[in-house]
Design a protein around this ligand. Structure first.
Ligand SMILES: [Zn+2]
Length: 149
C-alpha cells in the first residue's frame, strides 16, 4: 500500500469515525506499517472491522494487519488460500490456521464456556501455554472425565 493510498484510507476511516485523529507522525507510522500489504487486503479487513465486535471504535493497526500476508509472503506461499475459521469466524490463510490459529482458538473457545465475562480478544492476547494452564485450573473435572473413559 503506497503512502497516497494510506492517506486516502485514513480519510475513509475518518468518514466512518469522526473521532479518529492522526497527527503527521501517526500518518507516517501507518504508512510504513501498511506498506508491505496490499490495499485490497487492508480494505477487506476494514470491512470486516465494520461488521465486527469492535465496530463502535476506529480500527487499530494491529487488527488491520492481523492474519494478513505481505505481498512478499504471498509470493512465497502462492498455493495458500483464505479460509474462515468455523470456531471464531475470522478470515485467515490456511497456513496461518494450521500452524498457529486452530489449537489456540479451540483453547480460547473452550475457556469461554467456563469463564463468563471474558472476551475472545482478551484471552487471545495470552500465550498458548498460559491458556493451557488456565484450562487445567478452571476445568478440574476434565481429567476425571478422561479417566472414566
Ligand atoms: Zn478461530
Amino acid at each position: 500500500m503506497t503512502k497516497a493510498e494510506t492517506i486516502s484510507f485514513i480519510k475513509k476511516i475518518k468518514a466512518y469515525y469522526p473521532v479518529f485523529k492522526l497527527e503527521e507522525e501517526g500518518v507516517d507510522e501507518w504508512a510504513s506499517r501498511l506498506k508491505p500489504y496490499s490495499k485490497d487486503d487492508i480494505l477487506r479487513k476494514f470491512e470486516e472491522h465494520l461488521k465486527g465486535e469492535y465496530a463502535l471504535e476506529p480500527p487499530k493497526l494491529h487488527f488491520l494487519t492481523k492474519f494478513l500476508k505481505t505481498e512478499e509472503e504471498k509470493e512465497r506461499f502462492s498455493n495458500d488460500y483464505l479460509i474462515r475459521c468455523n470456531l471464531c469466524g475470522q478470515q485467515m490463510y490456511l497456513s496461518e490456521y494450521d500452524n498457529n490459529h486452530y489449537g489456540k482458538c479451540l483453547l480460547v473457545k473452550t475457556i469461554m464456556l467456563y469463564i463468563k465475562n471474558v472476551s475472545y480478544e482478551e484471552l487471545d492476547s495470552y500465550a498458548t501455554e498460559k491458556l493451557e494452564r488456565v484450562l487445567e485450573k478452571y476445568v478440574p473435572f476434565k481429567k476425571e472425565i478422561e479417566y472414566k473413559r
